[in-house]
Design a protein around this ligand. Structure first.
Ligand SMILES: Cc1cc2nc3c(=O)[nH]c(=O)nc-3n(C[C@H](O)[C@H](O)[C@H](O)COP(=O)(O)OP(=O)(O)OC[C@H]3O[C@@H](n4cnc5c(N)ncnc54)[C@H](O)[C@@H]3O)c2cc1C
Length: 396
């Protein structure tokens, strides 16, 4: 049985980042994915902020940066919009299939071992190690390691099979559905477009992320507890939108997005949990690529220390929990409260806001500044005393 210092389950952005950092730290690392091709199918709108790339030390590369973005347009149900123009490139719509393959090539070049079509199906703790049973290209294979990194996405079984509870409430999980569409028309290919309203996307939003002039990811995320499916809402929108209704669907993507339900602890004996598997996603917009890679970087730093000190106990590994909450988790918790505040708004409130809100007001909300944005909403919706009363609780 082959042994590794660390085995990473899942070769998405989190797993591949961990593979690279660990290999750079001279750890013997295996990263496996059940998919036969890295990055395919994508489950993603492919929006990636430039500030995230900078934070992660990634240079925008023409190989995977398809469309530069310099602003956003937010639409109320009547299609009245608020536009935020950053007047400079603030992010990209990427080709995630290519992006992930590049991450894999980089990790491999540093010495990480990557295996696709390798499904981890069972885990057994034995003599301080974990034995991982895999179905690899039709064969049953076992690998051993003292440390598992669960980077296996929202459906993560790894953590649960190792006795770690990753349950999440239905209201904290969004159901996502997306078409990559060609031969469509929309206003500005350098803007990302968001559509709001209870009839358009209840407790969520619908997006159009351009991939060139006539092509875009058109997708939706709604609360998992909604009785109607995300696809039904998306189809209704596409049919009603003259620029989309005659377009072609060249790819269908579906997936779930954890938009809350942060875990109190992110580690257990022999286990670190990262990315979507640990619900590390922005609770307002559902973006998780950057957050997953940042968490993987922090977790890998602790993993390298654990290897050096031969300490794979939960107390030692939970240094990752502390570091992650300090770096990102506490801010995401505030953004989650912000989401709860926005959920109090109805379609009429959205219309009123669309007429009076500014780009900088929206940035206030996106930054997670709960008190200031509650104040702003009260000010803008002063003629709605009932709502102002509700907002007051967010000022406390
Ligand atoms: C519809 C939709 C749109 C989104 N749009 C955006 C966006 O525009 N921007 C953004 O930043 N984020 C977006 N996200 C969120 C983003 O895709 C995730 O946050 C990100 O992929 C998390 O990375 P990860 O590595 O944690 O998990 P994943 O990317 O999900 O990777 C997990 C990997 O684990 C593998 N795996 C699972 N189980 C096993 C097993 N037992 N054995 C082996 N391998 C296994 C899977 O095959 C998968 O490759 C979107 C999500 C959805 C669903």
């Amino acid at each position: 049985m082959q042994e590794f210092d660390v085995i990473i389950i899942g070769a998405g952005p989190a797993g591949l980042r961990a593979a690279k950092v660990l290999a750079e730290g001279k750890a013997k690392v295996l990263c496996i994915d059940k998919k036969q091709e890295i990055g395919v199918p994508k489950r993603c709108g492919e929006g990636f902020g430039l500030s995230w790339m900078e934070r992660l030390g990634l240079k925008p590369d023409n190989k995977w940066c398809l469309q530069s973005i310099n602003g956003a347009a937010l639409y109320a149900p009547s299609m009245k919009s608020v536009k935020i123009d950053f007047k400079k490139v603030s992010g990209y719509i990427i080709e995630r299939r290519v992006f992930e393959k590049e991450l894999a090539k980089e990790a491999a070049s540093k010495g990480a071992m990557i295996r696709t079509k390798c499904h981890a199906s069972d885990f057994e703790r034995k003599g301080g190690k974990v034995i991982v049973s895999c179905a690899e290209q039709g064969e049953n294979v076992k690998y051993a390691t003292p440390l598992i990194i669960a980077a296996d996405g929202t459906e993560s079984l790894t953590a649960r099979k190792l006795g770690f509870d990753t349950k999440i409430g239905l209201n904290d999980i969004d159901s996502g559905y997306q078409y990559e569409m060609a031969n469509i028309s929309f206003e500005n290919p350098h803007f990302i477009h968001f559509f709001f309203g209870k009839e358009i996307a209840p407790r969520g939003y619908l997006w159009l992320f351009p991939k060139g002039k006539n092509c875009a990811n058109v997708g939706i995320g709604i609360a998992g507890s909604e009785p109607k499916t995300a696809k039904e809402y998306l189809d209704k929108f596409v049919k009603a939108h003259p620029g989309l209704r005659n377009g072609s669907i060249i790819e269908v993507n579906a997936g779930t997005i954890p938009v809350g339900g942060f875990l109190d602890e992110l580690a257990a004996d022999n286990l670190l949990v990262v990315g979507d598997a640990a619900h590390q996603v922005n609770p307002i917009h559902g973006g998780g690529i950057g957050i997953a890679m940042e968490a993987a970087t922090i977790a890998s730093g602790i993993a390298l220390k654990a290897i050096a000190e031969k300490n794979f106990g939960s107390k030692f590994l939970n240094q990752y929990t502390v570091q992650w909450y300090e770096t990102r988790g506490n801010k995401l918790k505030r953004i989650l409260k912000q989401r709860h505040m926005l959920e109090e708004l109805n379609d009429n409130n959205f219309e009123t806001l669309a007429k009076s809100i500014s780009g900088s007001d929206i940035m206030l909300i996106a930054e997670g500044d709960l008190k200031s944005s509650a104040k702003m909403v009260i000010k803008k919706l002063v003629k709605h005393p009932k709502l102002a009363k509700v907002m007051l609780k967010y000022l406390k």
